[in-house]
Design a protein around this ligand. Sequence first.
Ligand SMILES: C[S@@+](CC[C@H](N)C(=O)[O-])C[C@H]1O[C@@H](n2cnc3c(N)ncnc32)[C@H](O)[C@@H]1O
Length: 309
Amino acid sequence: MSDGESDQSAEADADVEAESDADAESDADAESDADAEAEAETDAEAGVETETNADTQPDEESPDQPPVLLVRDDREFLVQPGEEMGTDLGILEVPADVEPGDTVETHLDEAFHVRRLRGPDLFHHFERTGAPMVPRDIGLIIGETGIARGDRVLDTGTGTGVLSASMARAGATVVTYERDPEFADVARENMELGGVADAVDVRTGDLTEELEAGALESAPFDVLTLDTGDAAEIVTHAPELLVEGGFVAVYSPFIESTRDVVEAAREAGLANIRTRETIQREMQFDDRGSRPSTAPVGHTGYLTIARNE
Ligand SMILES: C[S@@+](CC[C@H](N)C(=O)[O-])C[C@H]1O[C@@H](n2cnc3c(N)ncnc32)[C@H](O)[C@@H]1O
């Protein structure tokens, strides 16, 4: 792909993020959008075109087969087996029995390699609504809470659904609340695309309101994950939502809301309350020397972990 095409890809991502900014009401969402935009720029730097199923036809999709990535140079498409899709290199009819390692060709004989979907691909290929969590913060949440096969997780808000899908891929079953009905619909489609629709129950609704109305009947959960501006209000309910020894993990882009979360956790009697800034410096190695990248993509937010004892 030419540099020009890379730029187009970055602009397309930036457009999606701008829409998310308009839709997302909380400042927290807007801040996370900026993070995602920075990450999209990183994609562009890496020269990866991350379109997801532009011009796809449902055709004869095979629901039993997991989705796969079609890769050629800097092009990547996440597709369902059996799907038909248009690309700039011709029409691709993805066989229903396609497998990682295969090669498929467009009607113009242009070849794409088939790759198995892995966790970080969700961030790049899901349709974006509420700002998705970046892979490193997902890794921190899974590592700090020990999310594993058999766990039940309550998550809010769903947004794009990258965190929910990643936890499901780690083996958990997830109940996730999204107050924006359109975002919830997109998230359900993303769960299908990520091959985790069976493990993630996307519920349309405001979790804070549900809790105040006493309407949530599926507690207790092993882990509660929160990525919303009103996380502190939900944290006050953590003892009734979690099993003994269960974890709450709150991602907050701003220090003010983080402080509210910590105070709410203390008042709720949670234990082992710890907050860490999530920050990483990318390193650059070139002919002149080695140093941290000067690109301003370091801080994404604050992660507060606490335990129900
Ligand atoms: C930053 S996004 C979450 C992104 C998600 N963690 C991911 O990885 O894709 C926040 C989402 O929470 C939703 N939201 C905010 N407060 C909520 C609440 N009280 N109940 C349900 N959804 C809420 C917003 O509509 C928004 O879509």
